[in-house]
Design a protein. Structure first.
Length: 457
């Protein structure tokens, strides 16, 4: 067990590549009404983001070309006659949705609130206006184009693609998503359920009448300032990231916000390790260590690890293991901490070119019973608090015996029960409940009772 990475909660595998929005028929497809967690099967915690402060985001919102266009149309309608036919139907639907204008026969008249975009000096007002427009763009763009000629390609499903697009970009925000990949995804979803020949015919019919659906959406979002397209790759801009993050948190999901690189703490790096991608961690760790040196970086991370819980500790020591020889002094100092000794010994052995499980280790690096017990408690601690119901214990205990060096389950569990580890009792209780082998389960339950008795004493 000592030569393997500790347990890390990894949500990097979230994938929206299939862009399946066909199941939205019975749920609201609009941005405010859609449940992102349920629709896209998202985990409760998503990778951290880094954002400008509110003042900078508000300044970017005020520079939005699409907001300027909407404000200009609302002003023009209040001072002169504007024919509805002279305004792009997609843009007109957006202006109507925003209550800036309304139809008056063949002309346009001021809407219910034609001046709400006139004064965005307040940062909060600017952000509210921008995010409201962002939602309206996602909800109305393709529907407005489709409604402008309802006789064209009437079997295409054009609902829900706005939320799917921005979620795909949000989850790929570091590298962006190739336009070709986005185009294939929206076409496949819009034509789902149609025969191949009919799907191709109706798709081309719609494109000939209105243009490519993806380009329509991206065009509106680009003018709003939500996305950018460079070298045929689309990326979400900070305003778009903030809007999606705000919606996710309204849906009770957690999206951590990272401080500026020079303000990063070990806690922030651990968040990146636990929920971000490997590329994210490499970039953040490089910046963090450059400012303080590898030795000091390792000391700060290990101090955080010693005082943390099992999940954050295993993440922190995983980060330190990436620092190589630069962390040697910090690992040696960590031998004095019971919480870190089980990690420090194998790391020091590897740095010395030795096999952590070999027989030629110096005495100070040989694993002791308490070290192995602590490592087991740390490894299974995070899942010991989950409700596993009637599921079996998700680990082969025979493998645990082999790598731990213990011949009998009683020895393993007795060592765990003696630990001053907050998860020791829960780990033993979990094994006692879910281990398939009766002897193992009984030994774990007996040790769990001893652990609870010691803790009470």
């Amino acid at each position: 067990m000592t030569d393997k990475d500790p347990l890390i909660l990894d949500f990097e595998g979230v994938d929206l590549g299939e862009w399946d929005v066909t199941g939205l028929d019975d749920e609201p497809a609009d941005w405010d009404g859609i449940d992102l967690e349920e629709t896209f099967e998202l985990p409760p915690v998503l990778p951290p983001v880094r954002l400008p402060d509110e003042a900078e985001l508000a300044a970017q919102a005020r520079r939005s070309a699409l907001l300027a266009d909407l404000r200009a149309l609302a002003g023009e309608v209040r001072t002169t006659t504007v024919q509805a036919a002279a305004v792009n139907p997609v843009f007109l639907r957006l202006a109507e949705e925003a209550e800036l204008v309304e139809r008056d026969g063949e002309g346009l008249a001021p809407g219910e609130d034609p001046g709400w975009l006139d004064d965005l000096a307040d940062d909060s007002d600017a952000m509210d206006a921008w995010e409201y427009t962002f939602a309206a763009v996602l909800d109305t763009t393709l529907e407005a184009a489709d409604d402008s000629d309802p006789a064209v390609a009437h079997d295409l499903d054009l609902e829900g693609h706005g939320p799917a697009l921005v979620m795909m970009l949000f989850l790929s925000r570091r590298d962006g998503v190739p336009i070709a990949e986005l185009a294939d995804a929206i076409k496949e979803s819009a034509t789902a359920g149609l025969a191949t020949e009919e799907a191709g015919r109706q798709w081309q019919e719609w494109v000939d009448a209105h243009g490519d659906p993806l380009r329509l959406l991206l065009g509106q979002l680009e003018r709003l300032g939500a996305v950018s397209v460079t070298d045929d790759v689309a990326r979400l801009e900070p305003l778009g990231v903030q809007a999606v993050r705000s919606k996710l948190e309204n849906d009770d999901l957690f999206v951590p916000v990272l401080p500026a690189p020079d303000k990063m703490t070990p806690d922030d790096l651990v968040l990146v390790c636990m929920y971000g991608s490997d590329d994210d961690l490499e970039a953040e760790l490089a910046s963090w260590t450059a400012a303080r040196g590898e030795e000091q970086a390792a000391r700060e991370l290990l101090a955080f690890a010693a005082d943390g819980n099992a999940a954050t500790r295993t993440a922190a020591v995983t980060i330190v293991s990436r620092l190589g020889q630069g962390a040697g002094s910090a690992w040696r100092e960590a031998l004095a901490r019971v919480e870190l000794r089980c990690y420090a010994k194998p790391q020091l052995a590897q740095l010395a070119g030795l096999d952590p499980e070999g027989t030629d280790l110096p005495a100070e690096l040989q694993p002791e019973r308490a070290d192995v017990a602590w490592l087991i408690a740390d490894t299974f601690g995070p899942i010991s608090h989950f409700d596993l119901g009637r599921e079996k214990f998700p680990f082969d205990f025979a493998e645990l015996q082999r790598v731990s060096g213990f011949e009998k389950p009683d020895e393993v569990f007795e060592a765990i029960a003696r630990l001053d580890h907050p998860d020791a009792g829960a780990v033993l209780a979990m094994i006692g409940k879910h281990a398939s082998d009766k002897t193992t389960a009984k030994a774990a339950r007996r040790a769990a009772y001893k652990a609870s008795t010691r803790r009470r004493a």
